[in-house]
Every structure is written in C-alpha cells, then in structure tokens.
Design a protein around this ligand. Structure first.
Ligand SMILES: [Zn+2]
Length: 89
C-alpha cells in the first residue's frame, strides 16, 4: 500500500493591504490672513515680508516693495476713516 499523504498546500495569502492614508478633505486650515493694503492681496502674518503699525493697527505686506510703498505714504494705504457705506462696486 502506498499512501501518500498530500497535505494541501496553503499558498500565502497576500492580502491587498492597499490602505491609502485617509485624505482629509478639510485640510485647509483657516489661517488668519491680513490684507496687504498696498496691493490688496492676503498675507499671512507669519509669512509677511514686513509689517507696519499705524494708529494701533498692524498691517502686513507680501513683499518688501509693498513695505517701501507703504512707508512713502502710509496714510494713503491706511485711511484712518472707514469708507462710506453703500459704495457702488
Ligand atoms: Zn503686496
């Protein structure tokens, strides 16, 4: 009698470990951005190229060029009085 015990070979189960990292759609953090009074773009205070304080208000600038322009005429870019309401866009 020739009996061959053949154990069933169990192949390695390569489970597809495709587990992509959870991409958070809400990665956009609401960073406090200040408006560059010279060019009008939003600037992060931490990334600002410069800053000036006028009348107790701090202004941030995107580039040294904007700082220079502001220094030449601060009141021009930082009006003390708020603009009148009901402005026509
Ligand atoms: Zn600017």
């Amino acid at each position: 009698m020739h009996e061959f015990l053949r154990e069933p070979r169990i192949g390695h189960f390569s489970m597809a470990a495709a587990a992509p990292a959870h991409l958070n759609p809400d990665t956009m953090e609401r960073a406090m951005k200040e408006k560059d009074p010279v060019c009008g773009m939003l600037v992060e205070p931490t990334e600002a190229a410069g800053q000036r304080t006028l009348d107790g208000k701090t202004f941030y600038f995107c580039s040294p060029a904007c700082v220079a322009k502001f220094d030449k005429a601060p009141q021009r870019y930082a009006p003390a009085a708020p603009p009148p309401p009901g402005g026509t866009g």
